[in-house]
Design a protein around this ligand. Structure first.
Ligand SMILES: *Cc1c(COP(=O)(O)O)cnc(C)c1O
Length: 389
């Protein structure tokens, strides 16, 4: 893989207020080109970008221009996707708790599908659609009960989980459809976790979907759309070597193991794998502090700018972009927030570091900027883009 993201324009960074997000738009475009190239091999594959990973308008506009659809999990995301120019017929709306206003605005916009997660939700969408004299297309989010072998906070596909409908309840749900006249079943939806790098997990999902489809066939139902959700992981350890995730293996896994009927379309909702590697959080070293047994690098970026390490114990590669020293030392790299979880990494080997050095926290394009908060009355980090900086 070409080393296209390690070329940080550090000289330009020197004049910019840190911390900030830096996005390599060439890498994003190249990633999208790989996705399009892979899916163009199949005429019934469709990719919706999961807006929650990064809703930056510039990023969304590049993704929209590449022709992807949008997967939204709130009314705000539906509005954001529409504003970014995604056509409503390429927008799907998932989420366990959809409010009435979110359902109304989605029906008004004419989005393609609601991914429904419970019977009361189905009834509510039907009621609202009826009042608006409209029909809502829905996909049932089925809990595949497949373990994604990922962090428990980002596993969503096990039975005792707030997400999805358990397959044992399917008769009840299908009976509902016969009572409700303003909802139309057009698909089955699955999403079982995130940061999944083992293709065997996706193979298990595909095989499980085949079994679930059989349950529907027995009831004479063939839905038009199968949506396998997102979850493809990225290489946080080697963001340069593996800048573009393993899309070919991913799509091939479904082609090999998922039994689609000729009329069926296959939908994907990729978030992290699209945007993660193109973004870095750039920060300055405020102080290098000597502890009793260790040294701390105190950055001006903290968990308010990138919460993943504090929230999920997530690993991000940390680099000193401006070090001139080749000698190395171990540091705990921490932020300035008044929380002890505000730590980006412990015992990280780095070139000898000084106040004023510029750091990159890599693979921060997904669930980074969008999760930033103003805790401690901090300013939100601004975004900068490689093509305009
Ligand atoms: C979060 C989410 C996604 C995207 O997950 P990634 O791991 O970022 O690919 C897709 N679909 C649904 C329903 C989600 O909630």
């Amino acid at each position: 893989m070409r080393d296209i993201i390690s070329n940080f324009p550090v000289e330009k960074f020197k004049d910019i207020q840190t911390p900030f997000y830096y996005y390599n738009t060439d890498l994003l475009k190249e990633t999208l080109a790989v996705i399009n190239n892979e899916t163009s091999k199949y005429d019934n594959y469709h990719v919706h970008y999961a807006v929650k990973a990064n809703a930056n308008p510039t990023i969304l506009s590049i993704i929209k221009d590449a022709g992807l659809g949008a997967d939204c999990v709130s009314g705000g995301e539906v509005e954001t996707a529409l504003k970014a120019g995604f056509p409503p017929e390429k927008i799907v709306f998932a989420g366990v708790g959809k409010s009435d206003w979110e359902i109304i605005l989605s029906l008004e916009a004419g989005i393609s599908c609601f991914n429904v997660e419970s019977i009361p939700e189905l009834e509510n969408i039907n009621r609202i659609a009826k009042e608006m004299n409209k029909y809502a297309s829905v996909a049932l989010r089925i809990n595949p009960n497949v373990d994604a072998h990922t962090h428990s906070y980002i596993t969503t596909g096990l039975s005792e989980n707030k997400f999805g409908i358990d397959i044992s309840l399917i008769d009840k749900v299908l009976d509902k459809f016969t009572e409700l006249n303003n909802v139309k079943l057009i698909g089955l939806h699955f999403h079982f976790g995130s940061q999944i790098t083992d293709m065997d997990s996706f193979r298990s999902l595909a095989i499980r979907i085949n079994e679930i489809q059989e349950i529907f066939y027995r009831r004479m139902i063939i839905v038009e759309n199968i949506n396998v959700g997102g979850g493809l992981g990225v290489d946080y350890q080697n963001p340069d070597k593996n800048a573009i995730p393993t899309f070919r293996e991913y799509f091939e896994t479904f082609r090999k193991h998922l039994a689609l009927r000729p009329i069926q379309h296959l939908h994907f909702e990729l978030g992290r794998s699209v945007v993660c590697q193109c973004g870095s959080l750039i920060s300055r070293v405020l102080y290098v502090k000597e502890g009793v047994d260790k040294k701390f690098v105190i950055l001006d970026a903290g968990m308010t700018d990138l919460i993943r390490p504090a929230l999920y114990q997530a690993y991000h590669k940390i680099e000193n972009l401006s070090a001139t020293n080749t000698e190395k030392e171990d540091y705990d790299v921490v932020g300035p927030i008044c929380e002890s979880s505000d730590c980006f990494g412990k015992a990280i080997e780095l070139p000898i570091t000084e106040r004023g050095d510029i750091f990159a926290i890599r693979s921060a394009g997904a669930y980074g900027e969008i999760m930033a908060s103003q805790y401690n009355c901090r300013k939100l980090p601004k975004p900068y883009f490689s093509d305009t900086i």
